[in-house]
Design a protein around this ligand. Structure first.
Ligand SMILES: [Zn+2]
Length: 531
């Protein structure tokens, strides 16, 4: 990973982080509605765009409120290839593709040993040091330095990346059962965070089991599917353990994690007086339980169905509380996700011929190493990182021919393997048809053109790298399709079926806030949704 980080950092520096793409320009006319005093971004980790339709009739809480009262883009996508948490979160409020944010994969996300967690020297910390450029919060503070932001999540990368590089209030959940942050942001936890942690809410779930919210007849999914959870603990009830430390860890895979994260966000809103002044503040909340539940049980499970019902309920309570604290006519809410998810490959195989495969990345890496060694090339200069082959072309300047034949041989071998759809030379692919070939387009948005990415491997639909029950990360629509809903008096309610992209969220929010992005964006203002 470190080598990929090093090489990718070089790529971003040399490419200057600039992107082609439409630039949003704020409207010059005076707006009838003043800018919001608070923008709330709710990101649900792994929330595919299909759940809102699938479970719509059973939703009566926060999801329903947004879908029925907001501008709901039902065909929205992350238009990049590696549909993972870190690139997705870095895109949502930057309005830029991973090729310019520098956050091109989870593996080059936020891990930072130089920024340990507070009170935990030596811990693997986290920071936005690899993030390049600006985000919505930078544009807000450029207009009014009093603007404040709070970002919270169970995951460090999901809390950090919606904010960019600002050293503000950014907190995430430590497996020990408390919310914390790293020394990149501050040296001590503020009192309100300490008070919240002292309540020991996560530990209070010890001895409890997650059971379905509704009677069994409300769920059409079978509960007992042995492919789930690697074949163990795949039926309700799901017990989190009697021990409080065990429960604090286990609740991450239950809807209770989101309930706790939302309660924490409301405490922070009050403590920081977000949304009280004439400025525009930002609250980013990323809810992670859906991702853990989806990885464990898959998107078509009874557990996921129940999780979405509970998410709807928890968001309903959150919005009711928020609107008791703040005037709803001054609050803009956006709901989206960092990526979606594919179904369990073994379940997809029942209706697909040939069925999807599980790809062994370690075996692919071994094939590449063998070819590199046979060509007499330094194996530290050419390597596979899951679905990408990276090479240090500068160091290999006098070995170009050897490198090219290794890459060609490796691509030819990999193309014959089960689960592989295509292997492309990245530089050929971005010069090719990125209009009619969505896979090429998504890869071209993933890495800078001047980079050291040599080959990109695309699996067949629903094939996955590794043994995890279900996952995401491919350039296919099932992984890229997420909801985008804008809610508040600035937006024209309705269901919008046109194709839009998650890079369009940030310029649209900048537009209603009346601030100007300070750099070129890939996204555009979704004017149709604006009043
Ligand atoms: Zn995930």
């Amino acid at each position: 990973m470190q080598r990929l980080v090093r090489i990718v950092l070089l790529i971003v520096c040399f490419s200057g982080g600039a992107c082609a793409g439409a630039q949003s320009t704020p409207r010059s006319d005076l707006r009838a509605t003043p800018p919001p005093s608070l923008i709330v971004l709710v990101t649900v980790d792994q929330l595919t765009g299909i759940y809102l339709d699938r479970f719509g009739a059973q939703l009566h809480g926060g999801l329903a409120r947004l879908a029925r009262g907001g501008a709901w883009f039902s065909n929205a996508h992350h238009d990049h290839a590696i549909t993972e948490t870190a690139p997705g979160h870095a895109t949502l409020l930057s309005g830029r593709f991973p090729r310019s944010t520098g956050i091109m994969a989870n593996r080059i996300g936020v891990a930072d040993p130089s920024a340990p967690l507070i009170g935990a020297p030596g811990s693997l910390g986290a920071s936005p040091r690899r993030f390049q450029g600006t985000e919505l919060f930078d544009w807000l503070t450029a207009r009014d330095s009093r603007s404040r932001a709070l970002s919270v999540s169970m995951k460090d990368r999901a809390a950090i990346l919606p904010i960019g590089r600002s050293r503000t209030d950014v907190y995430w959940y430590d497996v020990s059962g408390r919310f914390t942050t790293s020394t990149y942001y501050r040296d001590t936890l503020p009192e309100w965070v300490q008070r919240f942690n002292a309540r020991r809410l996560p530990q209070s779930f010890a001895g409890k089991s997650w059971t379905p919210l509704l009677p069994d007849s409300a769920y059409k999914e079978p509960d007992s599917v042995a492919f789930e959870m690697g074949g163990s603990n795949f039926t309700f009830p799901h017990f989190v353990g009697n021990d409080s430390a065990q429960a604090a860890s286990a609740i991450r895979g239950t809807p209770w994690m989101d309930e706790i994260t939302l309660a924490f966000a409301l405490d922070g809103l009050r403590a920081l007086s977000l949304g009280e002044g004439t400025r525009t503040d930002l609250l980013a909340v990323s809810l992670s339980a859906t991702d853990l539940i989806g990885h464990g049980f898959g998107p078509d499970s009874k557990e996921m169905h129940d999780n979405i019902l509970r998410l709807d309920k928890n968001l309903g309570v959150f919005f009711d509380s928020l609107f008791k604290l703040r005037d709803s006519s001054r609050v803009a809410i956006t709901l989206s996700a960092d990526h979606a998810v594919g179904t369990i490959p073994e379940l997809a195989a029942r209706t697909m011929k040939p069925g999807p495969a599980r790809i062994n990345a370690a075996a692919l890496a071994a094939r590449l190493r063998a070819l590199v060694a046979a060509a007499g090339i330094d194996s530290t200069l050419v390597f596979l990182d899951q679905q990408v082959v990276v090479a240090d072309r500068t160091a290999l300047a006098n070995r170009r021919a050897g490198l090219d034949s290794v890459l060609a041989a490796f691509a030819a071998q990999v193309r014959t393997l089960p689960g592989i759809s295509r292997v492309d030379r990245f530089h050929d692919l971005i010069r090719g048809d990125t209009i009619n070939d969505p896979i090429a387009r998504r890869w071209s948005h993933q890495f800078p053109a001047q980079g050291n990415v040599e080959l990109v491997i695309t699996q067949t639909p629903y094939s996955i790298f590794g043994t995890i029950t279900a996952t995401h990360g491919s350039p296919y629509d099932y992984d890229s399709h997420v909801p985008i809903i804008f809610y508040g008096p600035w937006f024209r309610p309705g269901k919008y079926p046109e194709f839009v992209r998650t890079v369009d969220i940030a310029p649209t929010l900048a537009e209603i806030a009346g601030v100007k992005p300070s750099e070129r964006l890939d996204g555009v203002v979704l004017r149709r949704a604006l009043k």
